[in-house]
Design a protein around this ligand. Structure first.
Ligand code: ZN
Ligand code: ZN
Ligand code: ZN
Length: 143
């Protein structure tokens, strides 16, 4: 788990071209320290002083400015996560591992996702790549 302070989070926001506010700093810090994809509800629960609209706006802003990645969980809800720690420049995105047994989602390291040809005229808005199977905890369980 990566620990960062408010000053470092604010510095990152500036680097992504995002105006620094206390709520954005708190959200980015929380995403980086959690180091796994989190839903709106999970972030809201951890930062109850944030109002819903501010949280939704900050997250879509983060995605737009490439400060965060988003991925859809098995329940269909979007989850948000920070870039891989200790990686200066993100090469594009990162894939996720989904445990089909316990539902845990794990961020894999930042990497360029495969190029996919789409039909002519279609506009790509994002890409998600999810590898699924049993996480280490679940794979180790003997029933
Ligand atoms: Zn990234
Ligand atoms: Zn599992
Ligand atoms: Zn992730």
């Amino acid at each position: 788990m990566a620990q960062i302070n408010d000053g470092q989070a604010a510095g990152l926001l500036r680097r992504y071209g995002i105006r620094v506010t206390k709520s954005r700093t708190d959200i980015l810090r929380f995403l980086i320290e959690a180091s796994r994809p989190l839903s709106h509800a999970e972030i809201q629960e951890a930062l109850p002083e944030l109002d819903r609209v501010t949280l939704y706006r900050a997250l879509s802003f983060f995605v737009e400015h490439e400060a965060a990645h988003q991925v859809q969980g098995p329940d269909g809800a979007w989850r948000f996560c920070a870039h891989s720690p200790n990686q200066d420049i993100c090469p594009g995105n990162h894939p996720h591992f989904l445990c089909s047994s316990c539902g845990k989602m794990i961020c894999l390291s930042d990497q360029r996702l495969a190029r996919v040809d789409v039909p002519e005229g279609c506009e790509v808005e994002g890409k998600q790549f999810v590898v699924y199977g049993k996480c280490a905890d679940c794979a180790g369980v003997i029933f």
